[in-house]
Design a protein around this ligand. Structure first.
Ligand SMILES: C[S@@+](CC[C@H](N)C(=O)[O-])C[C@H]1O[C@@H](n2cnc3c(N)ncnc32)[C@H](O)[C@@H]1O
Length: 219
């Protein structure tokens, strides 16, 4: 099964063991992880009936139903105790934090958390670090014209991170890949465009100029 660039970037960060994909939807990621021997068992968790039926069908059709178990449940509320990696992708950052914080005891055996959020990424980094994880790896990809940041947390003593680490990612801002530079060059162009064309309040102008300065410092 061919994965999108975004799902492949997540796949590449998954360690061997037992993984749960929360908000699994089509199930492509967890099915591929099992079929290629990256994981020995997987749980595909969905909280909505429509996507859950699709998921069950995809697992059956792939012939992996003995080892990829579909679960109709909310977030990690019923996370099995043999799970050592939790993946939560394709959701808002606040939703991901809410899912993780709702049942902290369920994370007792979870050594790795991999996330891909559409927004609130600085807050997500901060909150997951507060939960006893450190950022072990990050990746940024441009998939069909959209940028996605993938973050891999592992258990560890909370490392010191400053505001630019939370905003831009400690690994991403040190690696400064071509994709990272392209994302923020595009953002500077958007800011310049807004500042030149729109009638903005002085507060909004100051906010945009501050953001631009922070980006320039990091690039
Ligand atoms: C946009 S899809 C992303 C699918 C896949 N993870 C990906 O990245 O391609 C988000 C999925 O998460 C599910 N979802 C949202 N909140 C959830 C929760 N609290 N528990 C389980 N599933 C959830 C939605 O029903 C939806 O199928």
């Amino acid at each position: 099964m061919k994965l999108s660039k975004r799902l492949q970037a997540i796949y590449d960060m998954v360690p061997t063991g037992v993984a749960a994909d929360v908000g699994s939807d089509h199930g492509k990621l967890i099915i591929s992880l099992f079929q290629n021997g990256v994981i020995t068992k997987g749980y595909a968790i969905e909280n909505k009936k429509g996507p859950f039926s699709r998921l069950e069908k995809a697992i059956q059709e792939a012939g992996v139903a003995d080892n990829v178990i579909p679960m109709l449940s909310d977030g990690i509320s019923e996370l099995p105790s043999d799970v050592d990696t939790v993946i939560i992708a394709g959701m808002g950052g606040f939703n991901i934090v809410e899912i993780l914080k709702a049942h902290p005891q369920k994370l007792k055996n979870v050594r790795t958390i991999i996330v891909d959020a559409h927004n609130a990424i600085p807050e997500l980094r901060k909150q997951v670090c507060k939960m006893g994880y450190i950022i072990a790896d990050e990746d940024i990809v441009n998939d069909a014209g959209k940028y996605y940041e993938i973050i891999k947390f592992i258990t560890g003593e909370c490392a010191y991170l400053d505001d630019p680490d939370y905003e831009f990612g400690p690994v991403l801002r040190s690696e400064k890949s071509l994709t990272f530079k392209a994302k923020y060059k595009t953002r500077i162009e958007e800011i310049d465009n807004l500042l030149s064309k729109e009638k903005l309040s002085p507060e909004r102008i100051a906010t945009l100029n501050n953001e631009k300065e922070r980006i320039i410092k990091v690039l």
